[in-house]
Design a binder for this molecule. Sequence first.
Ligand code: ATP
Length: 346
Amino acid sequence: MDIHLKHIHKQFNGFHALNDINLDIRSGELIALLGPSGSGKTTLLRLIAGLEMPTEGRILFGSEDASHKSVQERNVGFVFQHYALFKHMSVADNIGFGLSVRKGRDRPAGAEIRKRALELLDLVQLSGLADRYPQQLSGGQRQRVALARALAIEPRMLLLDEPFGALDARVRKDLRRWLRELHDKTGHTTVFVTHDQEEAVELADRVVVMSQGRIEQVGSGDDIYDRPASPFVFTFIGQSNILPVDVRDGKIAFAGHVLGETTEQDGSWHMYMRPHDLEIVGDDGPIRGPIAVSRRAGRSRFAEISLPGDSRRRLEVELPAEVTADPGLELALRPIRWTLYPAAKA
Ligand code: ATP
């Protein structure tokens, strides 16, 4: 089921939580809504579900206008961050709940519901736990039961709000991989909310980066990391350095030294670079400064260089772990890749 969001606005008592959201989600796609707290991710998910109504705009499920349909009519599967399993029901009864409350002829027979619950337990790799109660499960197992319950109603799509948010890092990582595999098996159109960029990039086909109720960029992990559409996306995704520079006659200058060339027009710009976009050069590198601090991370070492004129302004550079980077040591650097944004916008 493909989903189309057209010019969606959502206001809460005059507060603009979402501003002109336009998004096309393809059938079978796994989409991440990624952004800082308050950027509107959950509100957007709730609008798709039918738990909120848009102030303006339309939501299409395929070619059908779902904007004013109820949650039940939309037939979506949900999983939230905090396991909302019914404590007094067994795992199998939790999974079958959505089917058991159906009315009249739509409600399958008890044995049929049990059979379906067991199949789904198998799918989420928890066979054998049908008769346990939620308190007898680990956090990760409960989230998998929650997902089986969401799938039981044969939803047209799955909506997941920080489904692994409350779990520890290790379990989270395992569940991510598991969810991707499950998605590839079942093929449901899935939209999930996260504020964890690693999770978004690892799991999703496309990532929707949100800020202040707007979509900043939609793209693959590579798109948003390597070709960020705005200064916000550049700094939100991965590590970044920002250097105020002047452009004159095609030359980019910082503190009187030429860093490189550009076709941008004369004026004040901000140069955005990743820590691995800087290289160490000999004594006459255009950016020079002492190492303020350094830290080891895996096979790399990250050193922060204090810049002339303002010792609080620092550039972080990624070095091979074998390079010594003691505080106070002078480094000369040269940028090898960058993106320029006008200083006024950045
Ligand atoms: P988080 O990662 O913290 O969950 P989010 O990106 O999911 O954040 P939303 O929960 O969608 O953000 O909220 C977006 C904005 O809308 C926030 O400023 C929030 O305070 C506001 N908001 C959300 N729901 C309501 C509501 N029912 N009434 C008033 N304001 C709301």
